[in-house]
Design a protein around this ligand. Structure first.
Ligand code: ADP
Length: 868
């Protein structure tokens, strides 16, 4: 890197320009080196030494490097930290470079691949139990197109939605990487910007057809223009990232927007479906229920929970399979044991198609497919097979010829590296066997030579050794060297070391050449077989992917059955009406957490229907209100995802949209005021919830002062009851809301029970009918360790407040604030009037630019000075 314009520096900068926005891994011998800011950034993330190399513009060039053979681990950490990496490899050997451009020629380097979070296929870089989604989004005439792919398995989905549903759609997909057109103002904040022309719908359609080698996409489904535009952006990005090598892409599936229960981002976060709110899987719903034996099963389960179904038939089909496996513990245990040993063939296939497959990946496909057939044969003998299983079984068979080929061709446990060969089984290729025999016999001949030379020379310490530089050589201790140095000894001198001298001989040279030649031919033969086997697997990619999907679906059902058996869960009855009857319901996550501490979870019932569709739930803090709300939402979600539910029995009328909101507490969320967030989220419910929706509202209105909080809570309950008419559970600490029962006929009052015992509060976590009889705030404060003197003082303040309220007529005391608000509004109106008046008076045409500017300043000053 010395000087300003060394050829290497020029090459580096040219590659760096191509790698825009990425860290550049620049291959130098056995290392990938990073320079300049890339080096600073990577050294900090990887915690490796930052050094310098040469100088640029008079300053030392910062540099750091990672060994090429262990680059994967470093890549993983950089990707996790949110970086993207361009890999620049040497694409010719130094010898080739010299031949091309003389002794000083620079080795040619090219970017061979972009490694980004959404385009990974390597086992070490992926989480086995999580899908890895790459998503492209764009807007076409007001409609959003979304294309999503998990290139580790090739699953691809296209959908479209209204502009205001983009957030919810992305929340469902949970992408690792998002790309969007650069000129689109409303693109998601995290999106990588790509050229607009990538997102042309006709080009997208053409690319899809080309990838799948079809003349029309009709066979895959009906795709709209926005979907095709997004697909175009996605495929263009994949083409760019893979430098022309397309990863595994299965035929796209059009996702209908109402085929899944709608949940927005806030609902997903608050229900902690795939991730707990404090981050990570631990404490989430999926962590509490996932009993899948395979990574592919766990990924499918996550997908199911992210998009619960709304079609009764489809839900029942899944439940029937779970039920069948639930009823037969022995079959289930056998099946799960077999599944546990199953390799992840979906992801192995992904690597193979992306050109990053190894002999081991071929072995995994072989073993997985063979096992799938055995599972199919086993299940086919069982009676009363549910319909879904009948649909899965055919996908698990087939592959006979391919499995047979792979079984004959590969050794039982093929290696991950292929440059050393050794993965093609004996007996598969006679010529290869012969080459191997030749090198084997040459090796034996060399061993024999060693014995002969010892005898001939009388030097017992003579050895034949091998190293990477000299190849085979004869080595004797220095003191014996003279005898071999004689010109007629038959040995030629090669190297003198400190205590030893090395020689060659004609016989050794010949045998070594035989080994090298046979070895080289054998490697070439194995490589050719590898290409053929890879091609055979790629040919069958769709059928293999279908097998992987069928196995994953079976695993999910077996895992769900296992979880149900473990926790004594039940199969919900799915109905078309608007009931929600859950007897003995429990919260799967809280129950599990309590069980760890040896505590028992108190089961509770929920009974909503058309006549009684809104429950207002009061009672002390920590009494179990939130838990009750969430458990019912989770039970609905689980049931529609096709899982059994933690309850004694459940009758669930299909839910089209699920909303969960928790009143803001005092931590700041996402930079907006928490109360603002609370209201934005509440507004979304009021505008989107339908009669078929289920809504849980937990302490909404808590984020502001008592009076307007109460007023808002009041108004929200009324609106939900009168306008949305959805099923709703509303938890609140505002006693005053109880009065709503007088006017809202489908609303009923409930509370979590508590009892004061010897001055302490005992929380029973039991739901009962009727309003909460009093506020237990003071008792909770005492329970929490607030000093007695403070609690006593609070008690006397409370008494005074309650007395005052009784005299002024309860809620009316709060409404006393209203005129104040009105007065403030009036003042603001007045100011607007004067400003309007002055604007009207301006004759804009008569103003010089200078005068216009002055007028603007004056107006602004007035506005500021009259601000209330
Ligand atoms: P609230 O919303 O009324 O303040 P939570 O639902 O947050 O109360 O519950 C507080 C705690 O009480 C929970 O963390 C849990 O430990 C316990 N709890 C809640 N519901 C139950 C239940 N049904 N059975 C046993 N313990 C419960």
């Amino acid at each position: 890197m010395a000087g300003k314009s060394t050829p290497m520096m020029e090459q580096y900068h040219a590659l760096k320009r191509e790698a825009e926005g990425c860290l550049l891994f620049y291959r130098m011998g056995d290392f990938f080196e990073l320079f300049f800011d890339d080096a600073r950034q990577a050294a900090a993330i990887l915690d490796i030494a930052l050094t310098t190399r040469g100088e640029h513009g008079g300053e030392a060039v910062p540099m750091c490097g990672v060994p090429a053979h262990s680059a994967e681990g470093y890549l993983a950490r950089l990707i996790k930290a949110g970086c993207r990496v361009a890999i620049a490899e040497q694409v010719e050997t130094p010898e080739e470079a010299k031949k091309r451009g003389g002794s000083k020629a620079l080795v040619r380097r090219d970017i061979v691949r972009f490694v980004t979070a959404g385009t990974l296929t390597e086992e070490a870089l992926l989480e086995p139990r999580r899908a890895n989604m790459l998503v492209a989004v764009c807007e076409l005439r007001g409609t959003i197109g979304i294309a999503a792919v998990d290139i580790s398995t090739g699953r691809m989905e296209l959908e479209e939605c209204a502009a205001d549903r983009l957030g919810a759609a992305l929340a469902r997909l949970g992408p690792s990487e998002v790309v969007a057109p650069e000129d689109w103002d409303a693109r998601p904040a995290e999106a990588i910007e790509r050229a607009r022309q990538d997102f042309a719908s006709d080009a997208g359609e053409a690319r899809l057809k080309a990838v799948h080698g079809v003349a029309t996409l009709d066979g895959f489904g009906a795709f709209t223009r926005p979907m095709l535009a997004a697909a175009g952006g996605l495929l263009a990005y994949l083409d760019h990232a893979g430098r022309g090598t397309m990863p595994l892409l299965l035929p796209p599936v059009a996702r209908e927007s109402d085929s899944a229960m709608a949940m927005d981002e806030a609902t997903r976060a608050s229900l902690e479906i795939l991730e707990a709110q404090r981050g990570g899987r631990q404490g989430s719903l999926i962590a509490a229920i996932d009993r899948c034996a395979t990574g592919a099963g766990a990924r499918q389960l996550a997908d199911d929970l992210s998009a619960p179904l709304t079609d009764r038939g489809a839900i029942e089909a899944r439940l029937a399979l779970v039920g069948w496996l639930h009823a037969d513990p022995l079959l289930r245990a056998d099946l799960r044991e077999v599944l546990r040993a199953l390799p992840d063939i979906g992801r192995a296939l992904g690597r193979i198609v992306a050109g990053r497959g190894s002999p081991r990946d071929l072995g995994q496909v072989r073993d997985g497919l063979a096992e799938a057939r055995r599972i199919r044969d086993h299940l086919q003998g069982k009676p009363d097979r549910p319909a879904l299983l009948e649909r899965l079984l055919p996908a698990m068979g087939g592959h006979g010829a391919l499995v047979d080929l792979l079984q004959r061709a590969l050794v039982p446990a093929p290696p991950t590296e292929r440059q050393n060969g050794g993965f093609i089984a004996e007996g598969y290729d006679a010529a290869l066997d012969e080459l191997r025999q030749t090198s084997g016999s040459a090796r034996r001949a060399i061993a024999a030579l060693e014995g002969r030379y010892r005898e001939d020379t009388g030097i017992a310490a003579l050895k034949i050794k091998h190293n990477g530089v000299l190849g085979y050589f004869i080595e004797v201790p220095a003191k014996h060297a003279d005898a071999l140095m004689a010109s007629d000894s038959g040995f030629t001198h090669r190297q003198t070391m400190a205590g030893a001298v090395r020689f060659n001989s004609l016989g050794l040279h010949e045998e070594a050449a035989r080994i090298a030649e046979a070895g080289g031919h054998a490697l070439a033969a194995e490589e050719a077989h590898f290409e053929d086997l890879t091609a055979a697997v790629i040919d069958a990619r769709e059928a293999i992917a279908a097998t992987a999907a069928a196995l994953a679906r079976l695993d999910v059902a077996a895992g769900n059955a296992e979880r149900a058996a473990e926790g004594d869960w039940c199969r919900a009855e799915i109905l078309e009406d608007r009931c929600l009857e859950i007897a003995g319901g429990r919260h799967p996550v809280v129950e599990q957490a309590l069980a760890k501490g040896g505590e028992r979870f108190v089961a509770n019932d929920c009974r909503l229907d058309d006549q009684d569709r809104l429950w207002l739930i009061g009672g002390p803090n920590m009494g179990g209100k939130s838990t009750f709300l969430r458990q019912n939402a989770l039970i609905v979600l689980l049931a529609q995802a096709g899982c059994f539910v933690p309850a004694v029995s459940a009758r669930i009328g299909l839910v089209d949209r699920l909303f969960s909101r928790v009143g803001a507490s005092d931590n700041l969320a996402r930079g907006r005021s928490t109360f603002m967030v609370e209201m934005v989220e509440t507004a979304a419910i009021l505008s989107q919830a339908t009669e078929r929706s289920f809504v849980i509202l937990d302490e909404v209105g808590r984020g502001t002062s008592t009076y307007d909080g109460l007023a808002l809570a009041w108004a929200v309950v009324e609106a939900v009851h009168e306008t949305n008419r959805c099923r709703c559970l509303f938890a609140t600490h505002y006693h005053e809301l109880s009065r709503l029962a007088e006017t809202c006929e489908a609303l009923s009052l409930h509370h979590v029970r508590a009892r004061e015992w010897k001055g302490d509060l005992v929380l029973l976590h039991e739901l009962a009918e009727g309003p909460a009889d009093r506020s237990y705030g003071l008792a909770v404060a005492r329970l929490a360790g607030v000093p007695d003197a403070v609690v006593a003082r609070a008690k006397s303040v409370l008494d005074r407040l309650e007395k005052g309220r009784a005299e002024t007529g309860g809620l009316a005391a709060g409404l006393g604030d209203l005129p104040l608000f009105a007065a403030a509004n009036a003042a603001e109106e007045e100011q607007c009037d004067t400003l309007r008046e002055r604007l009207r008076e301006l004759d804009v045409d008569a103003l010089s630019p200078r005068d216009a500017l002055d007028a603007l300043y004056a107006l602004k000053q007035d506005a500021a000075s009259t601000e209330p």
